[in-house]
Design a protein around this ligand. Structure first.
Ligand code: NAD
Ligand code: IPM
Ligand code: MN
Length: 360
């Protein structure tokens, strides 16, 4: 049975990078035998500006039934509705209950980090993806007046915090078994947010007791930001809240070459639903110029294949990307001189070359 993939190219550079990601997925799946049946959805700013629709319920129902969603980016300066991203991207994350957001940062090739002496960076941010300040609880009172009040609640549930911290411990265990460091860092701000993040502290303490063999530490988010720049190799798995995960994952992406190369997976490990996208947004200033880096989208495609069980396909893509990065056959942001299509061509060429040396 082929897998059913919903493709949402979205806004800005989204369609440009997704087109290249699909070329790579087609080439790899032809080699590994993984069949992907794709349906493209024209959700995004164009549709919203034309029809007022952000994510019609009928479309949402279809998206509930697919094996995976492959998304470019959401965001357009012409849209002045502040709830636009929430109505599309966050709705998918919340209502499909994609509670894990995996955001790996791995140095693809030496020299791509802006840091002076970082030799190896290979970490993953495990971002809670369905709670926190993102859920939209709150409101505005006396809007536009000098007495205005604006409240946005930070929602943390026992179930939500338990499942994400437990997942992160399991991931650290798996990474250790695979020869990586397997160290877990739980990041919160419990010294200031002493109601919400005290819950994170207590759940972390219980998980730690249950898994004493896992090396686990705690950092406040301000110190974690500092340590990421000072000594990124100390990190392996970072588990944190929705908002802190958003911020730290942009920072971690930049440490390994920039937002353009960073992939992410939004998954529900219970029912196997998943949405795969680059970490970056629609980068409006680059849109339509053919210069956006397609690597974040290409690596998000690899994460999608891995989620669908095609580990060999995922590894092929990752190795081809690393080889292209090592040769600087990349867009400008990764030190090369190629445009979007040429950067994907470089990955495709290497896929062919390494294809025969890997198991399918
Ligand atoms: P952004 O990630 O779109 O871009 C920030 C900067 O990063 C760009 O100006 C560019 O210099 C660089 N960059 C990002 N992607 C790149 C790529 N593929 N190749 C080369 N350089 C790249 O962040 P922003 O400017 O804050 O947001 C723009 C819009 O995107 C906003 O509407 C925002 O809400 C939205 N957004 C959406 C998502 C998403 O869909 N997941 C993520 C982040 C931002
Ligand atoms: C991301 C984006 C989104 C987020 C925005 C567009 C709501 O920044 O995917 O990182 O904050 O989650
Ligand atoms: Mn973000």
């Amino acid at each position: 049975m082929p897998f059913r993939i919903a493709v949402i190219p979205g806004d800005g550079i989204g369609p440009e990078v997704i087109a290249q990601g699909l070329r790579v997925l087609d080439a790899v799946s032809a080699a590994t035998g993984t069949r992907l049946d794709r349906v493209t959805y024209d959700l995004g700013a164009e549709r919203y500006l034309r029809t007022g629709e952000i994510l019609p319920d009928a479309v949402f129902k279809e998206l509930q039934t697919v094996d995976a969603i492959y998304l470019g980016a959401v965001g357009d300066p012409r849209v002045d509705n502040p709830q636009y991203a929430a109505g599309l991207l966050l709705r998918l994350r919340f209502e499909l209950d994609l509670w894990v957001n995996l955001r790996p940062s791995r140095l693809l090739a030496p020299g791509l980090t802006p840091l002076r002496d970082a030799a190896s960076i290979d970490l993953v941010v495990v971002r809670e993806n369905t709670e926190g300040a993102y859920v939209g609880m709150g409101g505005q009172f006396k809007r536009g007046t000098p007495d205005e009040i604006a409240i946005q609640e930070d929602v943390n549930t026992r179930k939500g915090v338990e499942r994400i911290i437990h997942y992160a411990f399991e991931l650290a265990r798996q990474r250790r078994a695979a020869g990586q460091r397997g160290r877990l860092t739980m990041v919160d701000k419990s010294n200031a947010l002493y109601h919400a993040h005290d819950l994170w502290q207590r759940v972390f303490a219980l998980e730690r007791q249950a898994s004493p063999e896992i090396e686990a530490e705690h950092l406040f988010v301000d110190a974690a930001a500092m340590q990421l720049v000072k000594d990124p190799s100390r990190f392996d798995v970072i588990v944190t809240s929705n908002m802190f995960g958003d911020i730290l994952s942009d920072l971690a992406s930049e440490l390994v070459g920039g937002l353009g190369q960073a992939p992410s997976a939004n998954i529900n490990p219970d029912n196997r639903r998943g949405l795969f996208e680059p970490v970056h947004g629609s980068a409006p200033k680059h849109a339509g110029k053919g210069i956006a880096n397609p690597v974040g989208a290409i690596l998000a495609g690899a994460m999608m294949l891995r989620h669908l069980g095609d580990e060999a396909g995922a590894l092929r893509i990752e190795r081809a990307v690393m080889s292209a990065a090592a040769d600087r056959r990349t867009t400008k942001d990764l030190g090369g001189a190629l445009n979007t299509t040429e950067a994907a061509d470089a990955v495709l060429e290497r896929l062919e070359r390494i294809g025969s040396s890997l198991p399918s």
